[in-house]
Design a protein. Structure first.
Length: 484
């Protein structure tokens, strides 16, 4: 007992002394980041011995993170972006120390091979970028996204219990943020004009919030389906109702559409038709783009600049959308037209990752201009697929579509192949979330954000580990263990 007390006392004294020393150094040098280093050391030590806990801390932080600009030219998402870098380095070191933590069959999985090819093309596009500095920053950030949400889950999710824990942590974190947002929104009487203020500081606007919200719903549904305890079922039912109310009050048309598409995807997966519809959808969209571009037909759909405004009443907003007089929809057309016109000039390698804003203005059409076209937010094209074609060229878009199609294939294939109820539900949940992410990214470009980007790459990792784990146990009797 005395030995334990002495060791505890010594460790506490060492850590306390270390913190005080760094705190004094921070004050004397005015390098205040030094005060954080002792906590980083503790996090590193605990992360090395319990790596999954650091990964779960990152998941917990994602919904709560917020944008912060340290300088006019340097900003970050606090705290999840710092944790992403930390988790990436930690798990890279862990893998280097113990190569057996990632089996060869895992590394050689087709989804990971497609992902690596996609990343290689991003690197090629970076070398040919119109702004090398911006593109290199983008590629480096992409690297720690991959480390945090692909490499780390491939190591952590080797056991079913950790997938369960990750789902519960993300669900609880997102529910807490949704409740906070609804309480804030209540102060504005659930006004449409104030919804983006209500979701601050955790989300830039109601579009980002609603996209994360709708993607959390399948997780709650999966937890409910896998639960046997009455108390957990009651909690998940209540949570689903709260999230649906929050989704309705987010007033985000794209997220509402994503919810409908998620339900449709559920039915398509059961009917083994998801991949077929995906391919058909691509063909229809490509045909529509060529049709509307030929003979400059797109000019026939130009809006009236003077009557295209922002509506503070949501009913007026919906009517304006239908009549093409809503400013957010009109501004999307303005940038979509510019993006399509840009592609033919740099169709092979694109203009470079993260360079759309610096290049699109000469390609805009005055007929589509709106009163927000000055783009003070420096936002991009508001369609992730067009953004890829502009910044990474047609090959970059094609590679991403192949990766996306492969993910949808595995979601559907695993749902029908796997007998384990847990992994069967996980495959369905993942497929539905992917379709929801695709839907919201038709009207936004959120895969490069910390919120939706993290979910997208987590979906990829989950599909890989579902495939690997169920192959390993395919000879065993079906495991029907549920969350209790």
């Amino acid at each position: 007992m005395n030995g334990r007390i002495n060791n505890t006392t010594i460790n506490f004294a060492l850590l306390g002394g270390l913190f005080i020393a760094f705190l004094v150094a921070a004050v004397l040098t005015e390098w205040y980041f030094l005060a954080v280093l002792p906590f980083v050391a503790v996090l590193l030590y605990n992360g090395w011995t319990n790596s999954h806990l650091v990964f779960f801390l990152l998941l917990l932080s994602v919904p709560f993170s917020f944008e912060y600009n340290f300088t006019p030219s340097f900003g970050s998402d606090i705290p999840d972006e710092g944790l992403m870098l930390f988790v990436s380095l930690l798990f890279a070191g862990y893998w280097a120390y113990d190569p057996s933590s990632l089996k060869l069959k895992t590394i050689q999985h087709p989804l990971l091979i497609l992902l690596v090819v996609h990343l290689w093309w991003i690197l090629i596009a970076t070398f040919f970028s119109s702004d090398l500095t911006l593109s290199v920053k983008f590629f480096l950030a992409k690297g720690w996204y991959m480390g945090a949400f692909v490499l780390a889950p491939l190591i952590v999710f080797r056991e079913k219990k950790f997938i369960k824990t990750a789902a519960v942590i993300f669900a609880a974190s997102m529910l807490a943020v949704a409740v906070i947002a609804m309480v804030n929104h209540l102060e504005y009487d659930f006004s449409f004009a104030a919804v983006s203020d209500a979701v601050a500081p955790f989300f830039r606007n109601h579009v980002n919030f609603s996209a994360m919200l709708v993607c959390a719903l399948p997780v709650f549904v999966a937890i409910h389906q896998l639960s046997t305890g009455k108390s957990i079922k009651a909690i998940t039912k209540t949570s689903i109702i709260l999230l649906l109310v929050a989704l309705f009050l987010s007033y985000a048309r794209g997220a509402w559409l994503a919810l409908l598409m998620g339900g449709f995807a559920y039915w398509l997966i059961k009917k083994r038709s998801l991949l077929t519809l995906y391919i058909a959808g691509i063909m229809i969209i490509v045909f529509a783009i060529f049709w509307i571009k030929s003979s400059d037909r797109y000019l026939e759909f130009a809006h009236d600049h003077d009557t295209t405004v922002f509506h503070e009443d949501f009913r007026e907003h919906l009517v304006a959308t239908y009549k093409l007089k809503d400013v957010s929809s009109a501004e999307r057309f303005y940038r979509w037209v510019a993006a399509i016109r840009m592609i033919k000039y740099e169709w092979l390698t694109g203009y470079g990752p993260n360079t759309f804003y610096d290049n699109y203005r000469p390609f805009t059409i005055p007929a589509y201009k709106t009163w927000v076209s000055n783009n003070k937010e420096h936002s991009t094209v508001h369609n992730y697929f067009l953004l890829l074609a502009v910044e990474q060229g047609i090959p970059g878009l094609v590679l991403f579509l192949l990766l996306l199609g492969a993910m949808l294939y595995y979601a559907q294939h695993l749902y029908h192949r796997v007998e384990d109820i847990f992994y069967k539900t996980v495959a369905m949940m993942t497929g539905v979330i992917i379709i929801m992410i695709v839907t919201v990214n038709m009207l936004s470009d959120l895969i490069e954000t910390d919120k939706i980007g993290s979910l997208f790459f987590l979906c990829l990792s989950i599909l890989v580990m579902t495939d690997i784990n169920t192959r390993r146990s395919s000879q065993a009797p079906p495991d029907v263990q549920r969350i209790s």
